[in-house]
Write a protein that binds this ligand. Structure first.
Ligand SMILES: [Zn+2]
Length: 305
C-alpha cells in the first residue's frame, strides 16, 4: 500500500529504468522481475483507486484524463483517439478500429505510434519490429491452438459441474442489487459460442472475411427469443461447441493463421479468434460459481439471503 505518493512514483520509475538497464546488459531474468514488480504496483494502485464512476460519466473521465495528459507531451494522435473514444461513448456507440487503432510503443524510448510502425523509431532509431503493440485485451493471444482446443473442450464441463443440482428457479433468480442471473450467464455463453461458430464458418468459407462487431453481452437479458429453460439453453451451447470442435479438429494447422477483418478489432487471425472466445468464456465461470454459492447458502440459511 502507498505510504507516500512520491516514494511510490520513485519506486515505480526506478523499477522500469532498472529493467531497461538490465535488458541492455542481457540480464533478462532479473529484468523480468523488475517489470513484474512495476506492473503489480501499477495494477494494485489502480485497483485500490478505481473510480466510483457510473458508465455515463466515463466520457467525461476520458476527456479530463486526456486534458491532463496533453501537458505531459503524450502523442497528439493518442489524445485525439481518446477524444474519439469519449465521443463514441457519449453517443452510445461501440468504438471501432477506425476510431481507436492499436497503439505501438517503442520499448527503448517510449515513442508512441497509432499505426503499425514501418520505419525506425524517430526518437531513438529502434527497429520497427521491436515496438510493443497494444491489443484491446489479452484474449487474442492467450492460447495457442492446442491449448485453445483443450480449453474449448473443458469449459462446458466445468460449467456443467457448477450447474449440477440447480433448479430452474434458482438459475433464474436475479441478484437484488442488479446484474445477471445464472440463466443470463448461460445465455451469454451460448450467444458467444454461436457467434464463434458463425465466424468459424466465415473463416473456412471466405478469403479474408468481414467480421461484424456484435454487442453479445446485451443479448443475455433479452428473454423473448430464448428456449424456455436454462437447461435447454445450456444444451444448445454444448451442441454448438461440439460442432465447432469438430470443424477445428479437421483443420490443417496453417489455416489457423487465415485472416479476417474485424469491424471492432481490425485484422485478426482465426487463431486469435479461437483464443479470444476460449479465454473470454472462462472469465464468466466465477460469476456462476459465486451465484451458486450464494443461492445454496440462502436455501440452507434463508435469513442470510
Ligand atoms: Zn524509440
Amino acid at each position: 500500500m502507498t505510504r507516500n505518493p512520491s516514494e511510490w512514483v520513485d519506486a515505480f520509475l526506478n523499477l522500469l529504468s532498472l529493467a531497461s538497464r538490465l535488458e541492455e546488459e542481457g540480464e533478462y531474468n532479473i529484468a523480468k522481475l523488475a517489470r513484474a514488480a512495476a506492473d503489480s504496483l501499477g495494477r494494485e494502485a489502480a485497483y485500490q483507486a478505481r473510480p466510483a464512476m457510473e458508465a455515463d460519466q466515463l466520457a467525461v473521465g476520458i476527456r479530463q484524463t486526456a486534458a491532463s495528459l496533453s501537458h505531459l507531451g503524450v502523442s497528439p494522435a493518442l489524445l485525439a483517439a481518446l477524444e474519439n473514444g469519449a465521443a463514441t461513448l457519449a453517443a452510445g456507440r461501440v468504438s471501432l478500429i477506425g476510431d481507436a487503432p492499436h497503439p505501438s510503443v517503442c520499448r527503448t524510448c517510449g515513442h508512441l505510434a497509432l499505426t503499425t510502425p514501418q520505419t525506425k523509431c524517430p526518437t531513438c532509431g529502434a527497429w520497427p519490429d521491436t515496438y510493443q503493440r497494444f491489443m484491446p485485451n489479452y484474449w487474442f493471444d492467450a492460447l495457442e491452438p492446442f491449448a485453445a482446443l483443450e480449453s474449448l473442450r473443458r469449459t462446458p464441463e466445468e460449467a456443467a459441474a457448477l450447474l449440477t443440482g440447480l433448479a430452474e428457479e434458482t438459475m433464474a433468480r436475479l441478484p437484488t442489487e442488479g446484474g445477471w442471473a445464472i440463466r443470463n450467464v448461460i445465455t451469454h455463453l451460448r450467444d458467444a459460442q454461436q457467434l464463434f461458430d458463425f465466424r468459424l464458418d466465415l473463416f473456412l468459407q471466405e478469403e479474408h472475411p468481414d467480421l461484424e462487431a456484435k454487442a453479445v453481452w446485451t443479448w443475455a437479458t433479452q428473454e423473448e427469443e430464448r428456449p424456455p429453460t436454462a437447461s435447454e439453453i445450456f444444451a444448445a451451447y454444448r451442441a454448438s461447441r461440439a460442432q465447432s470442435l469438430g470443424k477445428l479438429e479437421q483443420l490443417p494447422l496453417a489455416d489457423w493463421w487465415r485472416t479476417g477483418r474485424h469491424q471492432e478489432f481490425g485484422e485478426v487471425t482465426l487463431r486469435q479468434q479461437v483464443s479470444y472466445f476460449a479465454a473470454h468464456e472462462v472469465t464468466h465461470l466465477p460469476q456462476i460459481e459465486s451465484l451458486r454459492h450464494r443461492w445454496m447458502e440462502s436455501e440452507t440459511h434463508p435469513r442470510a439471503a
